[in-house]
Design a binder for this molecule. Structure first.
Ligand SMILES: Nc1ncnc2c1ncn2[C@@H]1O[C@H](COP(=O)(O)OP(=O)(O)OP(=O)(O)O)[C@@H](O)[C@H]1O
Ligand SMILES: [Mg+2]
Length: 419
């Protein structure tokens, strides 16, 4: 009984998830029932230009006011004021590192700090970081690794000639490993005989975390954790019962940013920014067809990438953008396979974010990448029972918010601060 009263009085109970994007804020609140997680509340509010820019808060007051409005206008039964929010992919760092199994806590801390020093161009006292030791997964056998390297060398040869022919970005493009930058090289493969522990490391600039915290507090909210977006996306999209040996890619196509997440061995392995966004697609349509942004948005949604619609106009206009996106994804998938000690071939890619609603994007990417590309289902890890009014919403645009909401539910049980 006492704990129930404490839960009612405790301002940090009933936490919810808040997705902070450049052009929209979204929230979800879930509750754990005996048969799984159930959606209790949700909401979304558009954010005008000039409030956030590439994840950085430009106008604190306006952002806080919009957040407060989002909370006030939430649908369903929203309770409490404790929140788990996300940090932008491009400004954060996430990486799996491997250290010798017998390493002490102190040794682990030193390994984490060395990794940060090597990958993030900011002094250590300007960074918040957090890490988590991951469960063991079966390492690649030397024979598999040799086969992978041979296949990779073959692939590289093929791509180089393809790249030279098309004048596309080269095979040396690497996923981002530090805020806003691209990684120079992959981690060294571990010696197969030595028992290793995998550690998931997350880091973010203090200035970014502090500005998010202060914005949330200004909105009357109590941030209990800030999470890297890749974690939230994977929590929502990857089915809970996925086998640890399964490796999948997750592509979130948002209004202003897109990111590719590699999920393997039960955790996020890497995430990178992909230079395409919903607004950029609309802008391209608007300028090439000489129509307003509003009309371009309508055309984009109506025609999609379906070559049979709109006299294949849209298809032709958007092909260079899609080719560029495909090249970036292909390079990242190959980089993962070759550069990571446990790297596998990614056979399946799940799409989410509003851009995943683009007609035929799944088919087009499937054909170009020659892997299975499917729209993800952000409700996959929730109970089937949904509030009726949620039927009017597009769950794909709620992927990040649902992932954060799921984390917030667990957060109810224990106060934690990631950064
Ligand atoms: N049917 C559709 N076809 C194509 N694009 C669509 C469709 N519906 C929505 N979109 C696009 O989805 C984008 C919005 O997606 P989403 O809600 O995931 O973005 P966001 O989370 O607000 O942005 P970000 O993650 O960049 O901060 C818009 O650019 C919109 O044009
Ligand atoms: Mg988004």
């Amino acid at each position: 009984m006492e704990s129930k009263i404490m839960a009612i009085l405790n301002p940090l109970s009933h936490a919810f998830g808040v997705d902070i994007g450049d052009r929209s804020f979204k929230l979800t609140q879930l509750i754990r029932r005996h048969n799984g997680y159930q959606l209790l509340a949700w909401g979304s509010i558009d954010v005008p230009e000039g409030v956030l820019d590439r994840g950085e808060i430009i106008d604190q007051e306006k952002a806080a006011a919009l957040l407060a409005e989002l909370v006030k206008s939430a649908r369903g039964r929203l309770r409490g004021r404790a929140v788990v929010a996300c940090l932008p992919e491009a400004k954060t760092f996430v990486k799996i590192i491997e250290i010798a199994k017998e390493t002490t806590d102190d040794g682990l801390r030193r390994a984490v700090l060395t990794e940060i020093e090597q990958n993030i161009p900011l002094p250590q006292d300007e960074i918040y970081y957090d890490w988590q030791v991951l469960p063991d997964i079966r390492p690649k056998k030397p024979a598999e690794r040799a086969a992978t390297s041979a296949a990779a060398a073959e692939e590289k040869k093929d791509e180089e000639s393809e790249t030279a022919a098309k004048g596309e970005p080269g095979a040396d493009e690497k996923p981002a490993a530090e805020p806003g930058a691209e990684e120079e090289a992959g981690p060294e493969p571990s010696t197969p005989s030595r028992p290793m522990t995998r550690v998931l490391l997350g880091a973010a600039p203090k200035s970014l975390v502090d500005s998010y915290t202060s914005m949330l507090e200004k909105a009357g909210l109590a941030p209990i954790a800030l999470e890297i977006e890749a974690m939230a996306i994977s929590r929502a999209i990857v089915p809970h019962d996925t086998a640890p040996e399964e490796a999948v890619g997750l592509l979130d196509i948002g209004a202003t940013r897109s990111s590719l997440v590699i999920f393997d061995g039960g955790s996020v392995q890497m995430s990178i920014s992909i230079p395409i966004s919903g607004i950029e697609i609309t802008r391209t349509v608007s300028s090439l067809l000489n129509v307003s942004m509003e009309d371009a948005e309508v055309l984009k949604r109506e025609c999609g990438l379906d070559a049979d619609r709109c006299e294949d106009k849209m298809w032709k206009i958007l092909l260079p953008l899609i080719d560029d996106m495909t090249a970036k994804i292909r390079n990242a998938l190959r980089f993962y396979r070759i550069g990571f000690p446990q790297g596998k071939k990614i056979e399946k890619l799940y799409l989410c974010g509003g851009g995943a609603l683009f007609k035929e994007i799944d088919t087009v990417l499937s054909r170009k990448l020659t892997i299975k590309v499917r729209r993800g289902n952000p409700l996959i890890n929730l109970t089937k029972k949904m509030p009726k009014a949620f039927r009017d919403e597009q769950p794909l645009t709620y992927a990040t918010a649902i992932g954060l909401g799921l984390d917030a539910t667990d957060e109810n049980r224990q106060y934690r601060r990631s950064f």
